[in-house]
Design a binder for this molecule. Structure first.
Ligand code: UT7
Length: 336
């Protein structure tokens, strides 16, 4: 049985920022003239619309993160100077060098906080939450902001109907604090990686092996490439496994879980996991219809929505679960 940590780490507040512009599916078969349609997108992905950032108008990964963080801190009643650390999970930083977390630190005035970015794609928020929890429990920090934020539209090929329809932009934030009571206590994690999956989902250029050049731009290598069908199968298997693993090692079953907050890649992945785990859709939080797949931002934004809708009651066990590029996958167990 898990030993209770000396210092209790809990999510005491959440916040989110979604870009103002909502883009319906008709944008892709209408304005962009792609060979797709409403029925295919809705039935194969569950997406009805997604938010797309107006980067030129000031909506960037860092600013969206900062707005989500400000809302979160305001709700917690915590001043920015009292934040010890900021983790931003993202694969779409504002720029290649200088962590987005440092820009966020400046934007919100968290003058006493360290800050770094974490790259684990769709699992980034869960992995970041594990780091924050470990540091709080170890007494290395008392308050850490864990942010999942993406401007996926900056790496989407809008001529590729396989990828561009499923992603969206946005940011979600959670404050992890050392508190004796209250909040969503973070209990445990299960996390994995399998680099063999790197070929199935990636952005081929822009790193040190293939830096930006005329050729890489001409060959459209700065955009997300994925073998959707293969990734889909891995996602269903791994998410189901990692939730089962986490519940098993805590002596729990799926019946004990009040709410699962899964990564929002595709409604069919979410439903398939629900069937495998025997968790009905009434106990699974869904936002893929309104926000699509915002990579590292799906879980913190969907959690924020679930809390807003009053779906988490005192005593409830909550599970987060994600799968993404790397491959990476992981789950977190929390109690309200
Ligand atoms: O979040 C990070 C991890 N990413 C994921 O978890 C994404 C996982 N994958 C998926 O969500 C799905 O695989 C997609 C939504 C990307 C694709 O759905 P699918 O059901 O796996 O479709 P498919 O790739 O097997 O393609 C089925 C058919 C193909 O046509 P044929 O070969 O059967 O004639 C595709 O060309 O659907 C076609 N197709 C489309 N048709 C209309 C693919 N994209 C589209 C489209 N509109 N947008």
């Amino acid at each position: 049985m898990r030993r209770a940590p000396l210092i209790r780490a809990a999510i005491t507040a959440t916040g989110r920022y979604m870009p103002r512009r909502a883009v319906p599916n008709s944008h892709f078969y209408g304005e962009l003239g792609l060979d797709t349609n409403e029925e295919w997108i809705r039935s194969r992905t569950g997406v009805v619309e997604r938010r797309i950032a107006d980067v030129a108008g000031g909506e960037t990964t860092a600013s969206m993160s900062a707005w989500a963080a400000q809302q979160c801190l305001q709700r917690a009643g915590v001043a920015p100077e009292d934040v010890d650390g900021i983790v931003v999970a993202t694969i779409t930083p504002d720029q290649g060098v200088t962590a987005t977390a440092c820009i966020v630190q400046e934007l919100i005035g968290a003058t006493n906080a360290w800050a770094f970015d974490l790259v684990a794609a769709c699992s980034g928020y869960v992995f970041g939450l594990s780091q924050a929890t470990a540091m709080v429990r170890a007494g290395m920090a008392r308050r850490v902001l864990v942010i999942g934020a993406e401007t996926m539209s900056s790496i989407l090929d809008y001529t590729d109907r396989d990828t561009c329809i499923i992603f969206g932009d946005g940011a979600g934030c959670s404050l992890v604090e050392a508190v004796d009571e209250g909040g969503l206590e973070v209990l445990d994690f299960a996390m994995h990686a399998a680099g063999a999956g790197a070929t199935l989902l990636n952005v081929p250029a822009g790193g040190s092996v293939r830096p930006a050049s005329h050729d890489t731009v001409d060959e459209r290598l700065h955009f997300v490439k994925q073998d959707g069908r293969a990734v889909f199968k891995h996602a269903v298997t791994r998410i189901s496994q990692v939730i089962t693993e986490l519940l098993d090692k805590n002596g729990l079953t799926a019946d004990d879980v009040a709410l699962v907050v899964p990564h929002q890649a595709n409604i069919r992945i979410i439903e398939a996991c629900g069937r495998r785990l025997k968790v009905d859709m009434g106990r699974i939080a869904v936002s893929v219809d309104r926000w699509a797949n915002t990579t590292a931002a799906t879980i913190p934004t969907t959690l924020d929505l679930a809390l807003e809708e009053g779906r988490i009651k005192p005593g409830d066990l909550v599970v987060f679960a994600a799968f993404g590029a790397g491959f990476t996958w992981g789950s977190a167990l929390l109690r309200a």
